[in-house]
Design a protein around this ligand. Structure first.
Ligand SMILES: [Zn+2]
Length: 107
């Protein structure tokens, strides 16, 4: 019996195996990243409890069920400010937002 693979065949299979291993590792990495993302999705960045989508001044915001923190999606804070011009909320929150923007532009 001479079914021992030739040197070329050995190399071929070693290469195939390495490719397969690489693909499997990439797949495992994606799965891990996805699992990691799921553990953070709709969780409060401050305390880690669940966020619940609520309507606030006509906008959808995510409010924490534990610490009652409110989180805005992109553009929502600006939209909210457009609707409120002379409230205490507007002046305070507007200043915060300007501060955030200022930091972002000086980067
Ligand atoms: Zn919270």
């Amino acid at each position: 019996m001479t079914d021992k693979p030739s040197r070329n065949e050995e190399e071929f299979f070693a290469l195939k195996e390495a490719e397969l291993l690489k693909a499997r590792r990439a797949e495992a990495g994606r799965e891990q990243a996805e699992a990691e993302r799921k553990t953070h999705y709709m969780k409060c960045p401050k305390c880690g409890f669940d966020l619940k989508t609520e309507e606030y001044h006509g906008l959808e915001v995510d409010r924490c069920t534990q610490c009652a923190g409110v989180w805005f999606d992109a553009g929502e804070a600006e939209e909210l400010l457009d609707g409120e011009h002379d409230s205490m909320f507007h002046s305070v929150f507007g200043a915060v937002l300007r501060g955030v923007r200022g930091k972002a532009t000086t980067k």
